[in-house]
Design a protein around this ligand. Sequence first.
Ligand SMILES: O=C(O)c1[nH]c(=O)[nH]c(=O)c1Cl
Length: 312
Amino acid sequence: TSLATSIGGRTFDNCMMNAAGIRCQSKKDLDALIASNAGAYVTKSATPEKRAGNPSPRMQTLPHGSINSMGLPNNGLEYYLDYVIDDQHNRPGTTNFLSVAGTSLEDNLAMLHEIQDSEYDGFVELNLSCPNVPGKPQVGYDFDRVNTVLDQVFKFYTKPLGVKLPPYFDLVHFDQIAEILNQYPLTFVNSINSIGNALVVDPQTERVAIRPKGGFGGIGGASVKPTALANVRGLALRLKPEIAIVGTGGILNGVDVFEHILCGASMVQIGTQFGYEGTKIFDRLASELREIMNQKGYTNINQFRGKLKTFD
Ligand SMILES: O=C(O)c1[nH]c(=O)[nH]c(=O)c1Cl
């Protein structure tokens, strides 16, 4: 039973990896991902310079997920670019994901120029959906802005690139964002990022759970799976076949991986639950997914990708 997948002509021996932001900020974190059974890794979204992020408490685990308002803490683009270039020398033929999240169009273009001019030959995940930088909107919710960003990027960027999108909640929004994305030579679209600006309250203390932004933060984990599957399916039905879908959101068990692939995902990313379990989760999910595939008579994931049935 093979869990292999391919995106943009690159093959991965396992269709599961971490989601940006979770246990991927330091070299130590990334080394652990390399040592694990994950099929790839993605680095913490980078800004041009090192950033401390929001004041703590800025993340809390919850019974059915997590809330975070980290505020883009990261070690700066050079740190991650050096890491992924070093890794591609050490492990030729592997492909990984470098996430960038500039807080302005200028920053994103500057970082992509630096990556374009470097010897990095892996994937870039352009994060258009960070919900936690005070005063900064999620680009993914401004369709004209998304168009402008991609137009500017693809004037010069020729290496494989995908975008990380926020969740949409209206079928017309799926139509509108897909119409824009289909105009560009994207390698993949990653859906979803956390459900932004939710609020968790502690009834005992009568106070919010996290410090930044009066307690408003992004939700991840089990509670977001129905929204994540809807976005994966909504985009799979609308995007041109050359654009692969990376499914993120609400994956705790092998069955959740199966559901994301059934909805159209070629690769899946695990965030909140990976944060709790650490890299051994990739072994657990692989055996659970293989068990499901064996029961159903599937020997590879291409046999059921996107094959979700409806009643009519
Ligand atoms: O606060 C964060 O760092 C953060 N948190 C998220 O839930 N998604 C993101 O894309 C980012 Cl960049």
